[in-house]
Design a protein around this ligand. Structure first.
Ligand code: ADP
Ligand code: ZN
Length: 618
């Protein structure tokens, strides 16, 4: 349902005021002065001189005692001059006669005042009105206010979902128990405000959902509305800052007006960081955004919290938000919505699996393990991909294999069936992937992977290793990190040992290994030199985790050296491990080359069985 107000649109009024001001300026200031400017004012005796010199061609005696006359100057150009009239000059007519100029007493033409008014006011106003109407119509259709074009200037297009249409409950949001717990209180308040008022407790006006993309922030906000059975307004921060300057603040005002009318209700502002960025006071800063933010702050302060309007904001860059937004009385409650853990992933998979037909023997725990690091949105996508795959294969329901394959699809892209690797390349990829796995397995003495495939993916990956994680890790020791770096170098190490040449295939490994090593030294205090001093700060926690250096140039150079040292040591370790297990490396790589896929169990089975004599073993 869209809300349309019948009042004249504010910005159109604004537009007409501007038009009127422009017309006034034109009619009273600009036009007269243009008319004036081209007329040269002269003294009377100058006029007489011109007459005597016979330079004057025509004279108009105006009613108001002004004489307008045309003079031909020395270059033969005609100029218009003006002078006053000396009433004692009774000979003027004689003079004019004598000079033989045309002259006339000008009787002001009684141009009908109605006509003048029409030409200088009504017609321009009409034209501008037409233009304004046309522009507003154009904007209405281009702003996508639906088929009816309900979008108006300065109208927020926050959509209302009345209770029946969200229908989303907390049970639809899997995992995220802490977030749900914090939000339950808000729901309870919306249900039963009296209980809180009695004791004098005030509900927070706003809560900020903070977390990486796709973790269910929007879903949670909808669930709050669904649970509380109140209307739900949602608008994205970027919608405030679009199209026309000055609209953002108007939209905020309008949004809150609508919300107040529908209270109790939930207002959800997605991507609040787009308007809520720190105001840095720089010259040439984004005025539009700051105005919008100021308006938002004013509105949040202004509205009566007891009416039951709760504002939920979502962002994945909380550190860039303006402190003013976060102070008490505004978004004072901060609700972290993190990537789901193993249990959370399993639950999310189950929630979404309910929507598709799926075989009973699917082990969600395994899938959840394999999909380490996936967000809720990715998990939902994995389930859907599995269903699509089942349809493609003509089956009636999705299976475990479908789910496993779709993890790879979602994370690594579709299989590239038509991309044929040459035998040589395939062999290199096989050794590379086994190199990683073998180094990992030898360091941890357990199955390092769930599955390895060497079927090229649309993402560009030539091989793909699905890691398993038994349980969750929240802490990593120095040794574990070092082992991880060794594992990352294992792929390249295998290539070096077997083919005595290196390929470009390790670029991603190199990137990751460097990032880890750098983190160990500059952030985790895992080097002897720098002790517990942070040399780098993470600036963008939820989006890639960019870092910014916070140290002198000399230290940077030292850090770089340390990073190289660390990676080199682990690379050597990987080479050593592979050299010591050369037979197994050949055996496993051959298996992968022949089968294109190897599971964790097969891998461990081959690794642990008694060495067989291979013809090409070194
Ligand atoms: P965000 O707003 O955090 O970027 P969304 O709320 O838009 O993420 O999530 C996108 C989709 O991902 C949801 O529509 C839902 O299908 C799925 N999803 C994300 N998190 C969960 C969760 N915890 N439980 C169930 N589904 C989830
Ligand atoms: Zn690799």
């Amino acid at each position: 349902m869209d809300i349309k107000s019948k009042k004249p649109k504010q910005s159109l009024i604004f537009y007409y005021v501007i038009v009127l001001v422009v017309l006034f300026a034109l009619n009273f200031l600009i036009f007269p002065s243009i008319r004036e400017r081209s007329i040269v004012e002269t003294t009377y005796d100058q006029f007489i001189d011109y007459l005597d010199e016979k330079k004057v061609t025509e004279v108009q005696l105006e009613d108001d005692g002004v004489t307008i006359y045309y003079v031909v100057d020395d270059n033969g150009k005609e100029i218009i001059c003006k002078t006053g009239r000396v009433s004692e000059d009774y000979h003027l007519i004689d003079r004019l006669d004598e000079a033989g100029v045309k002259f006339a007493q000008v009787i002001p033409t009684q141009a009908s005042p109605i006509l003048t008014f029409l030409i200088s006011w009504i017609i321009p106003i009409g034209l501008f009105a037409l233009l304004g109407w046309w522009i507003s119509k154009k904007m209405a259709s281009s702003m996508g206010g639906g088929p009816g074009g309900s979008m108006m200037f300065g109208k927020s297009n926050a959509k209302i979902y009345v209770k029946s249409s969200t229908g989303i409950k907390f049970s639809d949001v899997a995992g995220e128990d802490e977030a749900k717990e914090l939000l339950t209180e808000i729901v309870d308040y919306l249900h039963n405000p009296g209980k809180y008022k009695e004791i004098g407790a005030e509900m927070p006006k706003g809560a900020l959902l903070v977390g990486p993309p796709g973790t269910g922030k929007t879903l949670l906000a909808k669930a709050v509305a669904g649970e509380a059975e109140v209307p739900f307004f949602s608008i994205s921060g970027s919608e405030f800052v679009e199209m026309f300057v000055g609209m953002g603040a108007a939209k905020v005002r309008d949004l809150f007006k609508q919300a107040n009318e529908k209270a109790p209700c939930i207002v959800f502002i997605d991507e609040i960081d787009t308007i809520g960025k720190k105001r840095d006071g720089q010259i040439g800063g984004n005025d539009e955004r700051e105005q919008t933010l100021n308006q938002l702050l004013t509105e949040m302060d202004g509205f009566d919290g007891s009416k039951g309007v709760v504002i939920l904001g979502a962002t994945n860059r909380p550190d860039s938000l303006d402190p003013a937004l976060l102070r008490p009385g505004r978004f004072d409650r901060r609700i972290p919505v993190e990537l789901p853990d193993l249990k959370g992933r399993e639950d999310i998979l189950k929630v979404h699996a309910k929507k598709i037909k799926i075989s009973d023997d699917v082990n969600f725990s395994d899938i959840a393990k394999a999909a380490a690091g996936a967000s809720g949105a990715e998990l939902a996508n994995i389930v859907n991909e599995a269903a699509l795959r089942a349809v493609r294969d003509g089956r009636r329901f999705a299976t475990q294999a479908d789910l496993e394959e779709s993890i790879e699809v979602v994370i690594a892209g579709y299989q590239k069936k038509n991309r044929v690797l040459s035998e040589k390349e395939k062999l290199i990829v096989a050794y590379h992937e086994i190199g990683h796995a073998l180094v990992a397995a030898k360091q941890s003495n357990s199955a390092p992977v769930h599955k390895i495939t060497i079927i090229p993916r649309t993402s560009g990956a030539l091989g793909y290793t699905m890691q398993v994680e038994d349980g969750e890790h929240y802490l990593m020791s120095k040794e574990e990190l070092e082992n991880k770096i060794a594992t990352l170098t294992g792929g390249r190490a295998a290539e070096e040992l077997i083919f005595h040449s290196i390929t470009t295939g390790a670029s991603n490994d190199i990137e990751q290994a460097t990032k880890l090593a750098r983190g160990m030294i500059s952030r985790f205090g895992m080097s002897d030199e720098f002790d517990m001093v942070a040399m780098e700060n993470v600036t963008n926690q939820y989006l890639g985790g960019d870092t910014s250096l916070a140290c002198s140039f000399e230290t940077q150079t030292q850090i770089d050296k340390k990073v190289v040292e660390l990676v080199r040591a682990q690379h050597q370790k990987a080479l050593k491990i592979l050299q010591d297990n050369m037979r197994k490396l050949h055996e496993l790589a051959k298996y992968l080359f022949d089968h294109e896929t190897i599971t964790g169990e097969e891998f461990m089975e081959i690794l642990n069985r008694a060495p067989e004599s291979l013809p090409n073993a070194e």
